[in-house]
Write a protein that binds this ligand. Structure first.
Ligand code: NA7
Length: 554
């Protein structure tokens, strides 16, 4: 094992959160930093999720950094919702533009991180894959440990019976979150997709365009709204740039951290404003649907609070689906029967109408008749009720992620007095401000459980958290403080408040990855911070104003 020099901060991950952390800590605070990335390339989720149709589901004029106006003005997003290659290129651009590459080490997986009480530092051990394929173990130490490891970065791969035999028999299996860099050509192939979350919804129309037959295996139907994606015109781009300050100001007022209403749709309102007038409520849904993307989900705050409002939205959706999908049985099977929002909602391009193609088939009802054999030697997929589909040349697992905690669970992290993160989170993730875990000093977990994270526009959340850390570190340095850690009391208070907030909504009323329900054995806790970005930012600022309230500094 090679032992390297001490750093002020060790940053784990080179997605957008890791990149911005590197920029702020290294370039702005002049900290000695080292950023480690498991992949040999930057981009985080936009590096791994290379499946056909992968694109951001927030408008690109919003889903990008706004801390530097010049950066905003010089980057040209080509489409309203950028495709994955462009987002990956943006990550590379950030590294070049801010000269960050020399401080980033790729192909380096964090295996162990241990708090060294005597020296008040983190000691981190990495498994590094060298260009010639050999493995080297390295040890680095840092005063601060920033975990920018992503919240949808540990693929969920259910242990399907038959998959190994299928691969041995020459069948091809792809997980959307680990897509081959060289891409996959499905032309003329018989393909199965398992999963109808965002990855399934986005890849279905694209794969259908190539495959000779496509079977989509659905356990739960999703709510997905049309993106109406298209090229951005030069005039629109100029307009975005002119209105950047307005956009930022409007974003700061929105719990979701995005300001779709600047495009003509009024911000979310309570349905009570309509005095229960069904016609007006349905009209509002229609207007938001026509506006595209997340505008629908921002139609009413009541959508996630009031069962009556949710029921109307479900009815609206059922009507839409039935008007788009020609085969009544398929349409029926695509209709969700739970409140919108309790599973992450999707934004699509031509998802529903793809089922009108004669070679595309929906296989629904996997809850009642789960997958029994996936692939096997004969390359069929068999369900518990005995029905069989296939044979398939390729199977796409669009089965999602061990969300929010999965990546950290793979790292041995040991805090004060030998306490491990695994033990601390045995009953589900706990923390303060979604950043600090009691017993783990100087460790900051970005965009994870306890923060608004996946309920909001992620880059806005990343900017807020990293800039908050910047202020906290400046304050600590000015006071000569070396450590910062959540008190147990503050942590309990935060967890209690988060749980209470979630329980007041419909968001935890169905099985979702927000709750850990997609991974067998995972504790059921609603992980994201429901009150949203405005409340979150206020609380974080208050903590600084009140001299690190709820935190122990020394
Ligand atoms: P998601 O949203 O977790 O979707 C995964 C899908 O896979 C979902 O439809 C699951 O059904 C299905 N699934 C998972 N395990 C199984 C098994 N064992 N059998 C059948 N079906 C299964 O992941 P995505 O990658 O699509 O999206 C993740 C996020 O990335 C997305 O929300 C955006 O933020 C971007 P279920 O719903 O659990 O019944």
């Amino acid at each position: 094992m090679t032992s390297e020099s001490n750093q002020d901060a060790i940053i784990i991950g080179c997605g957008f959160a890791g990149i911005y952390s590197t920029y702020v800590l290294h370039n702005k605070l002049n900290y000695k930093t080292r950023t480690f990335e498991m992949s040999d390339q930057p981009g985080g989720v936009w590096n791994w999720n290379r499946y056909p149709g992968a694109r951001v589901d927030h408008m690109s004029k919003e889903y990008c950094f706004k801390f530097d106006e010049n950066l905003y003005n010089e980057w040209n997003w080509s489409e309203i919702y950028s495709p994955q290659p462009e987002l990956k290129a943006y990550a590379e651009h950030l590294l070049r533009r801010y000269n960050l590459r020399p401080h980033i080490q790729f192909s380096s997986r964090l295996a162990n991180a241990k708090w060294d009480e005597e020296n008040s530092r983190w000691s981190a051990e990495f498994v590094v894959t060298k260009p010639d394929g050999t493995i080297e173990e390295q040890k680095w130490t840092g005063r601060h440990l920033i975990l920018a490891t992503g919240c949808l970065s540990a693929p969920n791969k259910p242990k399907f019976a038959g998959l190994e035999d299928y691969v041995a028999a020459g069948g091809k299996v792809y997980h959307t979150g680990e897509w081959p860099r060289e891409g996959v050509d499905f032309t003329g192939q018989k393909v199965a997709i398992i999963g109808t979350g965002s990855s399934g919804v986005q890849s279905t129309p694209e794969i259908a365009a190539q495959a000779s037959s496509l079977h989509v295996f659905q356990r739960t139907p999703v709510y997905t709204a049309p993106a109406y994606n298209r090229k951005v015109t030069d005039a629109e781009r100029d307009e975005y740039r002119k209105r950047l300050h307005e956009l930022v100001a409007a974003t700061m007022q929105q719990p979701g951290g995005f300001a779709a209403h600047l495009d003509g749709i009024t911000p979310p309102t309570m349905s009570a404003d309509f005095n229960g007038n069904k016609e007006k409520i349905m009209q509002r849904f229609e207007d938001c649907w026509k506006s595209g993307g997340f505008a629908f989900y921002g139609s009413f705050i009541d959508l996630i609070l009031s069962p009556d409002c949710a029921k109307l939205a479900t009815e609206f959706y059922h009507n839409k689906i039935k008007s788009l999908v020609k085969d009544p049985k398929t349409a029926e099977n695509l209709c969700p029967d739970y409140p919108p929002g309790c599973k992450r909602m999707c934004v699509d391009t031509n998802y529903y109408v793809t089922y009108n193609l004669p070679h595309v088939h929906l296989v629904a009802g996997l809850k009642e008749r789960p997958l029994k054999v996936v692939g096997g030697k004969d390359k069929f997929i068999e369900l518990e009720d005995g029905s069989k589909y296939g044979p398939f040349d390729a199977i796409v697992l669009a089965t999602g992620f061990d969300a929010m905690t999965g990546t950290l669970a793979k790292i041995n992290i040991t805090g004060r007095n030998g306490i491990t993160l695994k033990d601390a989170w045995a009953a589900g993730p706990v923390n303060y401000l979604g950043l600090f875990i009691h017993g783990f000093p100087n460790m900051y977990h970005l965009a994870g459980p306890g923060s608004p994270s996946v309920l909001t526009m992620m880059i806005h959340q990343i900017e807020q958290q990293v800039e908050w850390i910047e202020e906290a570190l400046k304050k600590m340095d000015a006071k000569g403080l070396k450590t910062i850690e959540a008190t147990e009391e503050a942590q309990n208070g935060w967890v209690g408040f988060s749980n209470m907030a979630a329980s007041m909504t419909l968001l935890n009323s169905c099985n979702s990855w927000y709750l850990g329900a997609n991974v067998p054995g995972k504790p059921r806790v609603f992980m994201p911070f429901v009150p949203g970005m405005v409340a979150y930012r206020q609380k974080c600022n208050e903590v600084l104003e009140k001299d690190f309230e709820g935190l122990i500094t020394a």
